[in-house]
Design a protein around this ligand. Sequence first.
Ligand code: 1GP
Length: 262
Amino acid sequence: MPSTSEDLHHGPEYGPIEIRFRETARERGGCFCVLLDPDRNTPDELSRAAEICQEGGADFIFVGSSLVLSSTFGRAVAAAKKGSELPVVIFPGHSSQVSGDADAILFLSLISGRNPEYLIGQHVVAAPLIHDLGLEVIPTGYMLVDSGHITSVQFMSMTAPMPRNKPDIAVAHGLAAKFLGMRFLYLEGGSGGEHDVPVEIVREVTQAVDLPLIVGGGIRTPEAARAKVEAGAACIVMGNSLEDMWTPEVVRELAEGVHLKE
Ligand code: 1GP
């Protein structure tokens, strides 16, 4: 069917999870996403963690890892789904991290790096399976920022992070991602980063590029999370800081830091 001129004037068609991200960020002032690492938890632990996330008021569960040590990625996603009604979004470190049990996948291109494997290579491998499964895809420009030491994602992707004191470099990458048609940006300090992403970079990127911004890596306190949201971030991702402290109270305290409007 040829497109009508009316069709041609429509914007992109967002899937239900992307709409939920955008609406949650608008209505609650920010989305709180908890990253569950399939390598560090058994399926039962993941189900319980997902349950706690829901009880504590998190908005989304991310599942993924830059190291793929376990062969049970699909089981991990299913376990997270079993534990809560929150949307489970794949945050992949590798093309093998695809599961039809998830609600969506962040289709990450590591745009701060110049390793073709993580810019397009892994994507070509995963795309036919994602298509067959009918997974919702959220095209995301993924940018690593120096966090003080070499993180797993930096090492595994063999890419250099962007300098912490050069927001203009992050802005240029964000604009390029937008011009390439990506719909979300992700500023990543790397899991367990010594320092989180500087607020100044968050502010300058959100002022220059009108795409929802996800920020994660090394964020450990509600105050640090809030500072990023106040600087313009739409979503905050936390993983490490919750490990060994899995209680609804801890999740609630962090979620309250992110939810500016509650
Ligand atoms: C890592 O951004 C996420 O990819 C979360 O980082 O584990 O340091 O919270 P943390």
